[in-house]
Design a protein around this ligand. Sequence first.
Ligand SMILES: [Zn+2]
Length: 313
Amino acid sequence: MIARRGVLLGALALPVIARAQGFAGAYAPAAIAIGEGIWLVPGADEALEPSNGGAIANSVIMASDAGAIVVDSGPSLGFGKALAALAEQLTGKAPARVYITHLHPDHSFGSAAFARAEIHSLPATRTDLERDGAGFSDAMYRLLQGWMAGTELILPQPAAADGVVTFGGRRLRLMALSGHSAGDLAILDEASGTLIAGDLVFHNRAPTTPHADLPAWHAALARLAATPHRQCVPGHGPLDRGSTAIAQTGDWLRWLEDSLREAVGSGLDMAEAANLPIPARFADMAMARYELTRSVSHLYPRFEAELLPRIDG
Ligand SMILES: [Zn+2]
């Protein structure tokens, strides 16, 4: 990490080169009030790109008597600092508790900005970040360059578990789920009726599947759907004032699995599968073709192994 930082600082001393590499400046996260003492900080509905600094995931800020509560710290130290400042400005208190919903770096790499707060995740998320964190870090630095300056992986405490937590007078129901990844934390803020779903739920933005376990994901969606709530904050995409996004995510995942299994069965190769027609009901979904292509690369080998057993053994 130190060597990489040295290289980056060198690059920043040469602004022309740094700009040519895509270093685009400062983060400016904005907050939308979505209830009493709760704000959504929306990410861009885009892929991780230098033009957005990796700020593509939704974060949530909540007020409490003990300090601000933040859900998902964003992609980098720079974003985390801007998010922490925004949380303090909105709530009048510095962040005291951070929840990381799952391992993916667009949700978890801003944690170094929250050194004074307790940073909690599910145990599986901590374990996965111990395994994959260094690789994520390399990939994020390569892709986002100057945006990542100073970013170091901070492992969360594996303290989150199923059940109700009261923090600074705010009651949060934590749900220990999986399916998008091995550990997906969802949080119901009881005061506002807001279900913060992490990447178990995408809204008008195609789901990502690099660590997906599809049956577990459907089971998690069923539990979220059965949890009474007024509104849902997806991991990506706009606030859902009902349960549309939960159903939409399940619909996409079912279509994806059925289509890819059928494609394997009819002998399509991966390039042909990536060009399958996308149903009209997903026409408004951002990143649909892009995520279908990525999902083919993640899921196709798995379905082929399952559906086309080897005949030479
Ligand atoms: Zn994710």
